[in-house]
Ligand binder design. Sequence first.
Ligand code: SAM
Length: 207
Amino acid sequence: MSKLYLVGVGPGSEKYLTFEALNVVGSSDILMGSKRALKLFPDTKAEKIELNAKNMGEMLNLAVSKACEGRAVALLSTGDPGFSGVLKPIKKLAGKLEFEVIPGISSIQICASKLQISWDEANIITMHGKGISGELISLLSNGRTTIILPNNTIEETVEYLLDQGIDPNRRAAVCENLSYENEKIVEVQLKELLNEQFGYMCVLVVY
Ligand SMILES: C[S@@+](CC[C@H](N)C(=O)[O-])C[C@H]1O[C@@H](n2cnc3c(N)ncnc32)[C@H](O)[C@@H]1O
């Protein structure tokens, strides 16, 4: 039976792949995902199609149409598909096509584990697809630890927070490249994050 599977592949290292993700990928005809996600499955015989920020819309449509044609398609999503992942756009595109979500370990979860944060007591917010907004500022004022997936650089995000009057001495952390060999975790005062260089793959925490 053909189907579209939205497969969470975790934060990056193969050690955080689930058995179910491996099973579904192993029985798919087509694998679609970022270069990084596709690299997790070097031995698959499935056809591989690379997604990137520029071709995302076109490729999600292609995933739906290939599945409608009868192919088993695994659409790989870093972390979990339901958190700033492919679930939201696919729900809009799928129409009557049946699809299934295979959960993955989100970068938010790995971050919470590394920093020993009980995430049932934390604010969790993504800036992906919406930019930095006042919503973040009001969360930062409710007394809970806030775990943020930034859309801008850490520098831009911290500058915004300081401009909005957030206390520069608040404790903060950045978890970069979680689960990779170059993983870096920095815990300092918020203002001190401006002295560090970070790439795109970061989770920001403000205590
Ligand atoms: C489009 S969102 C996808 C989030 C993903 N669905 C999840 O559950 O983690 C991409 C963002 O996730 C975060 N991210 C994903 N993998 C990460 C990792 N290994 N280390 C740190 N942050 C990561 C970064 O903030 C990155 O900009």
